[in-house]
Design a protein around this ligand. Structure first.
Ligand code: HEC
Length: 130
């Protein structure tokens, strides 16, 4: 009897663990939706905002690119910025290597780099078309 009960018990524990883990991703449905709507927002937040976003004190970084003021840029400037962003991400110049050694979670996967370039090009196309 015991021989059967223990594995069953273990299975229930594992299954409920997986269930809890799954549902914990949906704790805040609003946030979830935003992340789906704009996965790039999450990527930028994880990998770029420390230096190029609100709260950054990195003058050099902000001078090159400031996401706080990005929306105020004119069309041409936005296109140039998107091109630069795609370029530095493709070359893996950004996020800087030195930073990644301290914050490895900010490193982009090959898939993320590809998705980023596609996103930047789509944004450029939308800007050109409108
Ligand atoms: C550790 C801080 C840091 C992080 C994180 C970071 N950058 Fe930068 N970035 C800089 C600094 C400093 C500069 C200006 C000096 C330079 O070009 O190296 C810069 C410059 C740039 C430039 C201008 C490059 C040029 O040729 O003028 C772009 C575009 C850029 N970053 C995009 C990004 C993107 C996109 C991310 C996220 C994927 C990112 N950066 C993450 C610090 C950072």
């Amino acid at each position: 009897m015991n021989k059967l009960v223990f594995p069953l018990f273990a299975l229930v524990i594992i299954a409920s663990g997986i269930f809890t883990l799954n549902s914990s991703f949906k704790v805040n449905p609003d946030q979830d939706e935003k992340a789906v709507q704009n996965p790039m927002q999450t990527l930028l937040k994880n990998s770029c905002y420390d230096c190029h976003g609100a709260g950054s004190k990195n003058e050099d970084a902000l001078e090159s690119l400031n996401f706080e003021t990005y929306n105020d840029l004119g069309k041409v400037k936005k296109i140039t910025t998107l091109k630069e962003m795609a370029e530095v991400v493709e070359k893996r110049d950004m996020p800087p290597k030195k930073y990644l050694s301290k914050k490895p979670h900010a490193e982009l996967t090959d898939e993320q780099v590809k998705a980023f370039i596609i996103w930047a090009n789509t944004e450029i196309k939308t800007l050109i078309d409108n």
